[in-house]
Design a protein around this ligand. Structure first.
Ligand code: DGL
Length: 271
């Protein structure tokens, strides 16, 4: 049996596009509906109650589009919004668990770094998942609050001194602690991969939550007969505010021009 309904993906902004890109690599025929809450980003500095409320609204929007599965492509939502996961009427994937599992698999010295938003780091979600597998692992967590605004501003180049200096300040203590694995615990951070890799050095494995989660989603779709019968995929983008950085990042990650007029503006309060 085939299931031609789309996969729903959401994030607070453009970060979840890094997860969508990984999904497309593994599931090129699947339709995807992407929702970025660009009008309310960032989520990571907000209270748990607000993150939970936003996540439930985001999920409701995707369910209205008859998605067969939801990917919460946001480290903050995946770490904090437990009700969104529980209340979903379709299979629901967060990004934290699969990334933590992959980190536990690749580390050799059991010293793992985690970087993320304030809410993600406060939740300890990555560490909890890592310790379920490696109870003696040392987890060094660091909140990198300035990374999301930098990415949303389109400042991602390692040659940009402000970007480099900010990253160096956040990452140096983690590097000094001797981690051999670093989880990019926010889906915006793969866009800063070059600068993060140059500071951490080639001996540190960077874990992209999108890659780890896309593998799990692809596996689930195949083993539950949820694959589409379509031969080409359609992608739909919805946002709560049209921003130049969303259009630019979507075009860059999709490898094709995503025109602003093809991005739909939604009013999340009128669901
Ligand atoms: N991409 C979101 C995450 O993975 C960004 C968080 C935010 O909006 O602060 O956490």
């Amino acid at each position: 049996m085939a299931d031609n309904r789309p996969i729903g993906v959401f994030d607070s902004g453009l970060g979840g596009l890094t997860v969508m890109k990984e999904l497309i690599k593994l599931l090129p025929n699947e339709d995807i509906v992407y929702f970025g809450d660009t009008g309310r980003v960032p989520y990571g500095t907000r209270s748990s109650a607000t993150i939970e409320k936003y996540a439930l609204q985001d999920q409701k929007l995707l369910l209205k589009h008859d998605v067969k599965l939801i990917v919460a492509a946001c480290g903050t939502v995946s770490s904090v919004a437990k009700n969104a996961a529980r209340q979903s009427t379709v299979p629901y994937f967060g990004v934290v668990e699969h990334a933590a599992r992959q980190a536990a698999k690749v580390t050799k010295n059991q010293k793992i770094g985690v970087i993320g938003t304030a809410a993600t780091i406060k939740s300890g979600a990555h560490e909890d998942h890592i310790k379920e597998i490696l109870p003696n692992a040392t987890v060094i967590a660091q909140c990198c609050s300035l990374f999301v605004p930098l990415v949303e501003e389109g400042w991602v180049s390692k040659d940009n001194l402000a970007v480099y200096d900010t990253a160096k300040r956040y990452l140096e203590p983690i590097k000094q602690a001797g981690v051999d694995t670093l989880i990019l615990g926010c889906t915006h951070y793969p866009l800063l991969k070059d600068v993060i890799a140059s500071i951490m050095g080639e001996d540190v494995t960077l874990i992209n939550m999108g890659e780890a989660t896309a593998l799990a989603v692809a596996e689930y779709i195949k083993s539950n007969s949820l694959s589409t019968a379509k031969q080409t995929a359609d992608y739909r983008f919805m946002v709560t505010d049209k921003t130049a950085s969303f259009t630019k990042t979507a075009s860059m990650l999709m490898g094709q021009n995503v025109e602003s007029e093809n991005i739909e503006l939604v009013d999340i309060d009128k669901l």
